[in-house]
Write a protein that binds this ligand. Structure first.
Ligand SMILES: Cc1ncc(COP(=O)(O)O)c(C=O)c1O
Length: 499
């Protein structure tokens, strides 16, 4: 059964527009009460989704945001203030990422929009410069963010995915083999979200430069983190516009820029690329309509707050926040390394850390994640290989010691009882990660989404959906048998191939 709606206990009936509005204080109080089952980011218990630079900074951001709460970035002629914020923010990021004087870009609503725009731009460029190509292709590592799959889905681009090596960085030789006359662009990440490692940008750029193919670096998570990590003296391979051949970069202000949510940039080496991003409709009776980004109406708040955050934090502030995030990373890595049975995956260059089990049978890592979730920690679970992901930020300074203690406790609990993996979310995540027929996984997740958006649905009931669907019930019945056999066969094949 799904959880009852929060407002079942409330004096406000909230699923209809009330005939007469409620008292505003009552509405606000009701909203606050809805929070009680949310992830608790205030106390540093979230290891993704929220990047906090403290309460004082949040209060300032809200002020900056609210100053431009009603303004609309759709028309830069009407709101020149917002255009100024955008121009300044783009210019500041171009300088941070060592762009040439010709570099340009736009401020967008988030990483996904920046990526969608870049991919759309390269599709348009391909149509303009290589009109004989019927389906433009983009070559990228399997670890690139799903926003690229979304772009391919929306814009009719074909993706060709290159495998990663044992260090979780893209296999450059394999990537090179996927490039052909249809290639509209190549993508790498700095770093990718999966294991926090930076792809070999210089090596890939040498290939794309020689073939005159655009190269996009997805630095949504790293764009406002790696530059400070580098300045603090940690080794960071070159990845930004200093690398000849990098033609565009996506970088989010609402992650390690500690801005309000809804702010990211896409930067291009020159207008020769950005011009393909623009959209113009000339014949609408409402007038000529021009737009550089995906949305129509663009809320002024996040644009203003993006500018404000750069101005208020400053270089010294970012260095200090990054120092704190790196301290968290170091404590987490030391904690994992001191815990028998688990290991850090790859060599994280920045502040993203993932850890997995040395032996999934003896110590299934998703069961560890379940126990941590029960203690109120919000973490991401990754697959291929199964692991737990932690995005370390300044907001986790207060909680990292407690987290390491809880993680060590959870690991020893699961080691004593690996059957914990057969219960709760661990069972479902484990099954999702293992099912070889990915179409079936897609089917399941789509069913969950249908349940989530059904009339009146408030939150997904994962167990409910999986146990009520006949296909999934069968999978559950026969699943472990089939999966066991497929898993063994795969192990044998991989052994034979010497992997
Ligand atoms: C590397 C990378 N690219 C893109 C994105 C997508 O960003 P957003 O969630 O702001 O759309 C993320 C989000 O975590 C990311 O880590």
């Amino acid at each position: 059964m799904p959880e009852p709606r929060d407002d079942a206990r409330s004096p406000i009936i909230s699923d209809v527009i009330p005939a007469h509005g409620y008292d505003k204080q009552q509405v606000l109080a009701q909203m606050e009460s809805f929070r009680h089952r949310d992830a608790d980011w205030h106390k540093g218990r979230t290891w993704s989704l929220v990047y906090s630079a403290g309460d004082e900074h949040s209060a300032f951001l809200k002020q900056a945001h609210n100053l431009f709460f009603s303004e609309n970035g759709l028309n830069p002629m009407a709101f020149k203030s917002l255009k100024r914020f955008e121009t300044d923010t783009v210019a500041a990021l171009v300088k941070l990422l060592h762009g040439p004087e010709t570099a340009v870009g736009t401020l967008n609503s988030g990483g996904t929009e920046s990526i969608l725009l870049a991919m759309h731009t390269y599709r348009e460029r391909s149509r303009r410069t290589k009109p004989w190509v019927r389906t433009p292709e983009v070559v990228l590592p399997t670890t690139a963010h799903p926003a690229f799959d979304k772009a391919a889905h929306y814009f009719g681009i074909r993706l060709r995915k290159a495998p990663i090596g044992p260090d979780f960085r893209v296999d450059v030789a394999a990537l090179r083999r996927l490039i052909n006359r249809n290639t509209a662009a190549v993508v790498v990440s700095a770093p990718h979200y999966c294991q926090g490692v930076v792809d070999p940008v210089e090596e890939v750029a040498a290939i794309t430069r020689a073939k005159s193919i655009p190269l996009h670096v997805d630095a949504c998570v790293g764009g406002l983190m790696l530059p400070w990590v580098e300045r603090l003296g940690w080794p960071v391979p070159l990845w930004d516009f200093r690398v000849d051949g990098v033609t565009s970069i996506s970088a989010d202000l609402h992650k390690y820029g500690y801005a309000a949510k809804g702010a990211s940039v896409v930067l291009y080496r020159s207008m020769d690329y950005l011009k393909d991003q623009f959209f113009v409709a000339t014949d609408w009776p409402g007038g000529v309509y021009a737009s550089a980004n995906i949305p129509g109406t663009r809320p002024g708040g996040p644009i203003a707050a993006a500018w404000a955050t750069l101005m208020a934090i400053g270089e010294d502030g970012y260095l200090e926040l990054t120092r704190q995030a790196l301290d968290v990373r170091e404590k987490l890595i030391a904690g994992v390394r001191a815990t028998p049975g688990v290991h850090v995956m790859g060599e994280p260059v920045g502040t993203l850390v993932t850890f997995g089990s040395d032996d999934e049978k003896a110590l299934p890592i998703f069961a560890v994640a379940d126990l941590l979730a029960e203690k109120g920690w919000h973490l991401d679970r990754h697959q291929n290989p199964n692991c737990i992901h932690a995005t370390c930020s300044a907001g986790n300074v207060q909680s990292v010691d407690e987290f390491v203690e809880d993680m060590q406790w959870a690991v020893s609990e699961v080691r004593a009882n690996p059957a914990l993996a057969e219960q709760g979310d661990a069972a479902m995540y484990g099954m999702m990660a293992k099912v070889p027929a990915r179409g079936l996984v897609k089917y399941t997740v789509r069913r969950v989404m249908e349940a989530m958006y059904a009339p009146g649905a408030v939150e997904p009931d994962l167990q409910g959906v999986t146990s009520s669907d006949p296909v999934l019930r069968k999978l559950d019945e026969y699943g472990s048998l089939v999966l066991g056999a497929v898993g063994k066969a795969r192990e044998r094949v991989e052994k034979a191939l010497g992997r």
